[in-house]
Design a protein around this ligand. Structure first.
Ligand SMILES: NC(=O)c1ccc[n+]([C@@H]2O[C@H](COP(=O)([O-])OP(=O)(O)OC[C@H]3O[C@@H](n4cnc5c(N)ncnc54)[C@H](O)[C@@H]3O)[C@@H](O)[C@H]2O)c1
Length: 243
């Protein structure tokens, strides 16, 4: 299937996890893909650019270079993100600022850098990877949940602001997904398997998702099949956030 033939995509945080699964699916559907990540992206068809979401200049340069190399840009997926589990009374200003900068300011910077390219596309879409925790809070994660709720509102704001330029902007809100980031929430527990079972139990579907299941929803929202969808926050979370 090649429903994305001729389209060009950038995936921030695309070197691992949900971002990498999305980059692979975008390529499988015919898109050219550039990955922008603080870590080098796995060998393969994707163009790789190393940049950190907290480095405004480096990120802007990488987005511009990637779009230039692909001859334009149609899709931006912002998947780069970090977690922070700590009681709020122990969170330092530096920790708070770092989480907000990677998870919220970074996607804004990437979108801003991509804007002139996307405005010329005619098929432009941004998909920001928020979290079910941006819809419904979880304990000891105030910085993370605030950053992800902010990312949902950033997506809606940009959907409104950039509709006239033909740029659709949506958010995807994953529940637990089997990645390195998720593993940190149970690996260090006294009994990791018991902790994992406890997490699964919070989900009506009683399991953790694979990154490829998220990629399905992200690529759909990025594709012309979703041409009339903008400003939504789509929960792909095994039912975690609806009750
Ligand atoms: N895995 C889950 O359970 C889950 C649940 C809800 C939301 N999410 C969100 O999905 C997104 C992807 O998470 P994942 O589970 O694939 O994580 P992951 O840790 O497997 O991958 C994240 C990628 O982002 C990159 N990255 C992190 N900080 C960066 C920075 N400052 N600059 C540039 N790149 C950076 C990493 O190098 C990595 O390649 C994140 O925004 C995360 O908050 C994940």
């Amino acid at each position: 299937m090649s429903r994305l033939e001729g389209l060009r995509a950038i995936v921030t945080g695309g070197a691992a996890g949900i971002g990498w699964a999305t980059a692979c699916k975008l390529m499988a559907e015919g898109a050219r893909v550039a990955v922008v990540d603080r870590s080098p992206c796995p060998e393969g068809e994707a163009l790789g650019y190393v940049a950190d979401m907290t480095d405004a200049e480096g990120l802007t340069t990488a987005i511009g270079a990637a779009a230039e190399a692909m001859g334009g840009l149609d899709i931006l997926v912002n998947s780069a993100g970090i977690d922070l589990e700590a009681p709020t009374e122990a969170v330092t200003d530096a920790d708070w600022t770092r989480v907000l900068e990677v998870n919220l300011t970074g996607p804004m910077r990437a979108a801003r850098a991509a804007f002139p390219w996307l405005a010329k596309s005619g098929n432009a879409a941004i998909v920001n990877i928020s979290s079910a925790a941006g819809l419904r809070p979880i304990p000891d994660r105030a910085a993370y949940t605030s950053s992800k709720a902010g990312l949902i509102m950033l997506s809606k704001s940009l959907a409104l602001d950039w509709a006239d330029e033909g740029i659709r902007v949506n958010a995807v809100c994953p529940g637990a997904v089997q990645t390195a980031l998720f593993a940190t929430s149970y690996e260090d527990a006294e009994d990791p398997q018991a902790r994992l079972a406890e997490i699964k139990d919070r989900y009506p579907l009683k399991r953790v998702a694979e990154p490829e299941e998220l990629a399905e929803a992200i690529v759909f929202l990025a594709s012309p099949a979703a041409a009339y969808i903008t400003g939504v926050a789509l929960a792909v979370d095994g039912g975690r956030s609806f009750h």
